[in-house]
Design a protein around this ligand. Structure first.
Ligand code: NAD
Ligand code: LMR
Length: 339
């Protein structure tokens, strides 16, 4: 299989190009945290996907207004707003895909792990509801720290005896790919639609590892430039947090990336073979229970996890260097979920 190639063009990934085109319906999608900085633009982009028949917007505040607003857009998908815990079950009933950007974002000076104390509990309670109401839905986990929140969700499902769920519990790392593609296209003077950079590992600091040696098309870059670009990709979230100066983290680019990933998941559900990178439970790296990898999406979520493949010495060092931090974040999530 060809791996890591961009399957969704920048136009079709949010449905603009294909709006009105024939597409079989993938049914119902829920966004949990739909009234937030990511939730609102993401919900709009999902409303524009031709394959989505129903869109549930859930939050602890503000969703009735967001739903009323979005429902006036003349796309075929029906939008309903649900607010507060007592409406969560109704929001999730019959969902095929649940996207979770609920939780607090970083402020300057914070790490993603600093969000754990608030977001871990939010994600655990939302995952519990998903496991009870729509256990077969695919989950797209956006809430940080993703390196820990995905293990939390898996533990919730395991505790409920739901088997095979790890193929459907996907940490969204697409923004790392989107950023890498953008930065490398700028750097090399390439058409961004032709650029594909796989990003593996996790979604925080050094755990974000772009594989520039596997970039398509192949380019020659000096080692020093490769190191600088890698650092920029690893710090790109912080770049946005600092530029927003206390007003939050990436929302628009994240909504764009999450819409692309959601569309890929929906295409997979409809039987297409789709390739993305995602942070998932796997046995790819000895000693690490979770790792962001190149995957093939299909009707059951992740159908295949691809080996890391050939990497440069610099990338190999990056893999070895990220293991301790990733391991710690995984254990932190697992322990939280069990207690
Ligand atoms: P935000 O504060 O603007 O929005 C969060 C929303 O979650 C709010 O509307 C809030 O009411 C809602 N919420 C809080 N508790 C909830 C609960 N129990 N149930 C449902 N909704 C709840 O934040 P944001 O900028 O949208 O960011 C959301 C999360 O996404 C943060 O944790 C952020 O770090 C993360 N994020 C991840 C990536 C990624 O690449 N995976 C990128 C950007 C941001
Ligand atoms: C990002 O990469 O933009 C997100 O994880 C948000 C953050 O805190 O940086």
């Amino acid at each position: 299989a060809s791996v890591g190639a961009r399957r969704v063009s920048s136009t079709s990934s949010v449905g603009y190009a294909s709006r009105g085109a024939v597409a079989c319906s993938a049914g119902k999608v829920a966004v949990l945290g739909a009234a937030g900085g990511i939730g609102q633009p993401l919900s709009m982009l999902v409303k524009m996907l031709p394959s989505v028949k129903e869109l549930s917007l859930y939050d602890i505040q503000g969703t009735k207004g967001v739903a009323a607003d979005l429902s006036h857009c003349n796309t075929a998908c029906k939008v309903t707003g649900y607010v507060g815990e007592e409406e969560l079950t109704s929001a999730l009933e019959g969902c095929d895909l649940v996207i979770i950007p609920a939780g607090v974002p970083r402020k300057p000076g914070m790490t993603r792990d600093d969000l754990f104390n608030i977001n871990a509990g939010i994600v655990k309670s939302l995952a519990t509801a998903c496991a009870e109401v729509c256990p077969n839905a695919i989950l797209n986990i956006i809430s940080n720290p993703v390196n820990s929140t995905v293990p939390i969700c898996n533990e919730v499902y395991k505790a409920k005896g739901i088997t095979g769920a790890s193929a459907r519990i996907l940490g969204v790392t697409t923004l790392d790919i989107v950023r890498s593609n953008t930065f490398l296209a700028e750097e090399c003077g390439l058409d961004v639609d032709q650029v594909d950079v796989p990003v593996i590992g996790g979604h925080a600091g050094v755990t974000i590892l772009p594989l520039l040696s596997q970039m398509r098309p192949k380019v020659q870059l000096e080692n020093k430039r490769i190191e600088e670009l890698t650092t920029r990709i690893q710090n790109a979230g912080t770049e946005v947090v600092e530029a927003k100066a206390g007003a939050g983290s990436a929302t628009l680019s994240m909504a764009y990336a999450a819409a692309r990933f959601a569309e890929s998941c929906l295409r997979g559900l409809q039987g297409d073979k789709v390739y993305e990178c995602a942070y998932i439970e796997s046995s790819l790296i000895p000693d690490l229970e979770y790792f962001a990898s190149k995957v093939q999406l299909g009707p059951n979520g992740v159908e295949e996890v691809f080996e890391v493949g050939q990497v440069s010495d610099f990338e190999q060092q990056g893999i070895e260097g990220l293991i301790p931090e990733l391991k710690k974040s995984i254990a932190k999530g697992q322990e939280f979920a069990k207690n």
